[in-house]
Design a protein around this ligand. Structure first.
Ligand code: FE2
Length: 400
């Protein structure tokens, strides 16, 4: 049985941190997205039938929905709420000087540091206001805490480091073991060959985000959206389920967006493009967005904690043809998947991007919360409008 998360024993006196109180859930949504629960503790079961059933459940969910609720992964609700309390403390107490000093520069291809409510593109442009504050911890933030982390959160970095270490080294490693088994590969295949290694977040990042309620003028401009539809580019995204309903998914890319229901303590996991490509489309990087919450939650702050796990920086994005599942079932090519476009580039003999090139290009080009502003006419696929773009010879579709 995998060891549970145990917070570190403090070696110093810390300031008092008010407890995060989960806000009330919505009463207005009834038509929820289909998301399957995957109980990670079953992977350790001595009963082969239990493990077999877990594999079958996971295989179906990641091919059809691309999203799962991961439960019993080793973090208690009280330890999880402590991390939310720390995120809330950071957002309530970060100094104006630290906001200025640590401001994010997405042209670098990273979200590292502080992002204010003004949006990603230009903090002086009024229309870029999105009401979302974030602090993003990358490897550099963990390596140089004295200079790269807001002063208010420094006394608590031991807890944040331990939490991220547990999520990457234990939860993500076990999850990748489960996914390796779905591909019928050795248990540590994805961990050893695909997942970036080293440090609490490796080449990914950990995010504390706070979505402020929007004033009606901004709400009208953003037309019900808080973060544009996108797919993640890494291996696995670990989003902790929160009471304020806002995450929406659209697995079939047919314009049928549905909210993901709050599941207390669960990790909402979605798979990134790196895993879709490596699995030859057997795993799905699902389109998702952050929408305006339902009316009974629209004036409530939404606090969010996310760990974005990244693939090895120098890994060339190609299917792992040694998977018996891929050899037997072939490539799963859809009309919209990122793997379909990568496959075209591979078949044409092109050099496809490395994971680092792919993620940095996307961050620098797309941002996350700004509506896509492009010339020309959007393309209609299955009745849904997309803008087409090309990154290093690979076509990408962005929701219009
Ligand atoms: Fe995302």
């Amino acid at each position: 049985m995998a060891a549970p998360f145990v917070p570190p024993k403090s070696t110093h006196t810390k300031p008092y941190v008010p407890e995060w109180v989960p806000p009330p859930t919505t009463k207005l949504v009834t038509d929820w997205a289909h998301v399957t629960e995957v109980d990670l503790s079953k992977l350790d079961s001595e009963d082969p039938e239990v493990v077999k059933e877990l594999l079958a459940t996971t295989k179906k969910a990641i091919k059809e929905d691309g999203f799962i609720y991961l439960t019993n992964y080793g973090v208690s609700l009280s330890n999880l709420h402590r991390q939310f309390s720390l995120a809330q403390y950071l957002h309530r107490n970060i100094s104006e000087e630290d906001k200025e000093r640590l401001v994010v520069d997405i042209k670098s291809g990273k979200f590292a540091g502080w992002k204010g409510r003004h949006g990603f593109v230009d903090k002086t442009a009024k229309n870029n206001f999105d009401g979302i504050e974030q602090f993003n911890f990358y490897r550099e933030e963990f390596d140089s805490m004295d200079s790269k982390v807001p002063g208010v959160i420094k006394p608590f970095m031991d807890e944040i480091v331990a939490f991220c270490d547990y999520l990457t080294q234990s939860v993500n490693r076990r999850l990748l073991k489960l996914l390796s088994r779905v591909l019928e590969l050795p248990d540590d295949y994805l961990w050893d060959h695909v997942q970036g290694q080293g440090g609490p977040v490796n080449d990914g990042y950990f995010r504390h985000a706070l979505f402020h309620p929007l004033e009606s003028e901004v709400k009208d401009r953003m037309a019900g959206i808080r973060m544009m539809g996108h797919t993640d580019y890494g291996t696995t995204t670990m989003l902790f389920s929160v009471p304020v309903t806002a995450l929406q998914i659209c697995p079939k890319r047919d314009g049928n967006w549905k909210y993901v229901k709050y599941n207390p303590g669960a990790l909402v996991i979605n798979l990134g493009e790196a895993l879709e490509i490596i699995s030859a489309g057997q795993f799905k990087a699902t389109l998702h967005k952050v929408a305006q919450p339902p009316a009974d939650q629209e004036n409530t702050e939404r606090l969010s904690i996310v760990l974005f796990n990244a693939a090895k920086s120098d890994l060339q994005l190609k299917p792992c043809d040694n998977s018996p599942l891929i050899q037997r079932d072939g490539y799963n090519l859809t009309s919209y998947g990122v793997f379909t476009e990568f496959n075209k580039a591979l078949q044409a003999g092109m050099r496809v991007p490395t994971c680092k090139e792919w993620r940095e290009l996307q961050i620098a080009r797309k941002g996350q919360s700004e509506p896509q502003k492009k010339n020309g006419t959007p393309k209609i696929i299955n009745g849904v409008k997309f803008w087409e773009d090309t990154y290093m010879g690979v076509k990408v579709l962005l929701p219009a």
